[in-house]
Design a protein around this ligand. Sequence first.
Ligand SMILES: *[C@@H]1O[C@H](CO)[C@@H](O)[C@H](O)[C@H]1NC(C)=O
Ligand SMILES: *[C@@H]1O[C@H](CO)[C@@H](O)[C@H](O)[C@H]1NC(C)=O
Ligand SMILES: *[C@@H]1O[C@H](CO)[C@@H](O)[C@H](O)[C@H]1NC(C)=O
Ligand SMILES: *[C@@H]1O[C@H](CO)[C@@H](O)[C@H](O)[C@H]1NC(C)=O
Length: 580
Amino acid sequence: MNLFIVVSASISLLLAILIASLHLLHPTLYFLTWKKLPHSSSSLVADLIIRNGVIYTSDDSLPFVNSMAVANGRVLRIGNNSFVQAVAGYGTQVLDLEGKVVVPGFIDSHVHFISGGLQMMQVGLRGVKEKEEVIRRIKEAVQSTKPGSWILGGGWNNDLWGGDLPAACWIDDITPNNPVWLSRTDGHMGWANSVALTLAGITNLTDNPRGGTIMRTSGGEPTGLLIDSAMELVASQIPEVSIDDRRDALQKASNLALTRGVTTVVDMGRYYPGMSADLSWEDFTDVYLWTNAMSKMKVRVCLFFPMVTWPRLADLVNKTGHSLSQWVYFGGVKAFADGSLGSNSALFYEPYQDEPDNYGLLVTEPDALLNMTSESDLSGLQVAVHAIGDRANDLILDIYSSVASKNGMRDRRFRIEHAQHLAPGTPSRFGKEGIVASVQPDHLLDDADVAGKKLGDDRAEKESYLFKSLLDSNALVAFGSDWPVADINPLSGIKMAVKRTPPTWNDAWIPSECISFEDAIKGYTISAARASFIDNDLGSLSIGKLADFVILSTDSWKDFAETASASIEATYVSGIRAYP
Ligand SMILES: *[C@@H]1O[C@H](CO)[C@@H](O)[C@H](O)[C@H]1NC(C)=O
Ligand SMILES: *[C@@H]1O[C@H](CO)[C@@H](O)[C@H](O)[C@H]1NC(C)=O
Ligand SMILES: *[C@@H]1O[C@H](CO)[C@@H](O)[C@H](O)[C@H]1NC(C)=O
Ligand SMILES: *[C@@H]1O[C@H](CO)[C@@H](O)[C@H](O)[C@H]1NC(C)=O
């Protein structure tokens, strides 16, 4: 026994030296080998033991334990208190959970992480009900903004304060040295101050551009409010976001995620139809590569890139493998099939009820989608496509099935992002054809009220957010937030998936589609990990995986499961406390 330890310890030491020297010679080899180290190395002493808790592992082979040991940032042992205590040694830190519930670190399967962080640096006016509060928030922003720099933000809704449209004169006296640009919640109006109007060259004499309106006083003077295409006059003056601001945005986004128990995000990038695909690559190089190299990553990211750039990602993955470090993973490529429900651009078989000639929009040519999906798949990349309307979902499923039969059997985990409205019979295709449904329970907050108006109550009830039907068909269902479109908040998403009851509702919306509490937690943990091919390292508290976990405020699993309510007490990444 002792001899075995000595022998295996010296083998590990030799191995470590060998790997370290390989690292010097060839960085890729290092990436290939280091992951296996914690399993084979005989680190028998724990760095950290958490005990006396209710630890839910998301691992069906051992779902509940009282204690867990961590070594080298990974799970060393799980089980009852005494079994785990056996790996304590000199220097082991012990944390008594006092009965609290612990769950694996949450994985948010769909975010726009840098965009979200950038929005946090701007003035947030969503939900503000008083004109005075709007002005107060802008005043606050002035204090933290250098003279000459733009003050940006939005989300204001004049209906909330009685309807008065805002004007430059509301804020000109408090913003004499900064251009200001604040968009309305629906994105169809923008509010500029006089400095911004001057920069944009908008005067009494400026004509309305085609498709847009410059609001004016009865005397013909621009008020500061610009509608639709007139917004471009000001928007085009705003400088590109600096590298420093984007790096800062990642830190802010990461800190927020940690407060919500999120330890990994799947970042779909800053890419929307019509936008340059280069932006995602600039964020990768300027922000993620840099932050990773500086050892400043706080949350793990799995990155998806615009599908039109698949050769670039294929090349990168070929050179570096599927991760850059245990912080930065390469997911795959993403494209768009259609638009959104809110803007009547999701693609349906039947027209919108409030717009009888409109069936929605196809935003990428099906032939191009088929070609790129096939090429990406042949290069071994995972493919994710945004589809919201019933027809867009079927179209993508058809493309996936034709690519799968052409390129042959393989574990490819094709994803559909949103999968929001599905025709009868479509949920079963997800299960049968092995397609991942990457869905966002918190979008119910907006859509429960809107879907009936847009689709008609009957169609909305048959087709919307069919989480239970998807699970019953054996589909892999991964949860996410789509932050900053919705809040980044897995506990809220879990509750929504279980209860389907938005705050203004008394009963569940489509109660037959409520799912079980454990399935909802899996949607944010192990299923999310599988949906991004990161389940070797993440998604459950299983031996050898990275020790990312969350301590909750509750000490009763039963209460937690019934109410789906708790708050985050602490978030650990690699066994190290990252929040608070
Ligand atoms: C603790 O776990 C170990 C290993 O699974 C088992 O052998 C032992 O009986 C357990 N002890 C108690 C008190 O349940
Ligand atoms: C624009 O119109 C306003 C209101 O009629 C007037 O006071 C102002 O002098 C005009 N400005 C210019 C540059 O013509
Ligand atoms: C990956 O690299 C190998 C060897 O360097 C090369 O033969 C292969 O064609 C590359 N594949 C892609 C998709 O670039
Ligand atoms: C995709 O399109 C390119 C350019 O037209 C073509 O060369 C290639 O063979 C196509 N690939 C597939 C899989 O259809």
